[in-house]
Design a protein around this ligand. Structure first.
Ligand SMILES: [Zn+2]
Ligand SMILES: [Zn+2]
Length: 257
């Protein structure tokens, strides 16, 4: 299975509009970060986690030519506002695309995208979606997706474990019950916004502590703000922990867990 980071930036994207800081003015392509999302490709299937406002550009960049499912972590604008762009895959594939979200997020998606679900949109050209409410682990063509409840400030949101990889973007706290689901990981992907504390996001130091506790073989940080330059931040991290960047691809073992 192949995992590609479609985007690794915080909600504003990097460069941030109007900002003149060294990261936003950097010429290193690793410092150019679209909004955070990943795509999983396995056995001819393509599954995206979150549809960011940058989804169309991310899909063009990675030459995504089909889409079999979308899984949502939560419904902040930077994670859902690209959902309309999946409709081209409806036309190509001639069927509805399954989307997965917890009950709170599915309610939000139905409200935010009223025109998709209301059934009386006259102009045509809307996505056809097949909503599935996540209430426990679910199966995507033989891949078991285990929802990982975490807190994003006060908001309960989801990370996901698949095989021996876990993806947890947008969190500030991981309950012990979820930490117990993160044992024996090959790859752990965590939110690491910046160095200074933030009410709804994990920092580099907080995420390093989690890595030290869980001891995955490798860890990658994502949802990165402009306070963190790629090169300077990476050089200060332990060798098995890296800042992710847009377009980074990793091969994942497909064994049990
Ligand atoms: Zn976010
Ligand atoms: Zn968020």
């Amino acid at each position: 299975m192949k995992l590609t980071f479609l985007g690794t930036g915080t909600s504003t994207g990097i460069p941030t509009l109007g900002c003149h800081c060294p990261t936003c003015f950097s010429t290193d392509p690793h410092d150019y970060r679209t909004r955070s999302s990943i795509v999983l490709e396995f056995d001819g299937h393509v599954v995206v986690v979150d549809t960011t406002p940058d989804f169309r550009q991310q899909a063009l960049r990675e030459r995504i030519e089909r889409l079999d499912a979308v899984v949502f972590t939560h419904t902040h604008a930077d994670h859902v506002f690209g959902l309309d762009d999946v409709r081209v895959f409806n036309l190509r594939q001639k069927h509805a695309i399954p989307i997965y979200a917890d009950s709170r997020s599915m309610e939000d998606i139905r409200r935010i995208f009223t025109y998709i679900f209301k059934g009386d949109y006259a102009a045509g050209g809307i996505p056809r979606l097949d909503p599935h409410v996540i209430d426990g682990p679910f199966d995507l063509w033989g891949m078991r997706m285990v929802p990982l409840p975490v807190l994003h400030g006060d908001l309960p949101v989801l990370g996901f474990r698949f095989h021996r990889t876990a993806y947890i973007t947008d969190f500030s706290a991981i309950p012990e019950s979820t930490m117990a689901m993160l044992q024996d990981l090959d790859v752990l992907i965590l939110d690491a916004l910046r160095h200074n504390p933030h009410p709804t996001h994990s920092t580099v130091e907080q995420s390093l502590e989690i890595v030290n506790r869980l001891r995955p073989r490798r860890a990658f940080f994502t949802h990165i703000a402009h306070e963190l330059g790629h090169e300077s931040t990476n050089s200060a991290l332990p060798p098995n922990v890296r800042l992710a960047y847009d377009g980074l691809k990793i091969e994942l073992p497909e064994d049990s867990g």
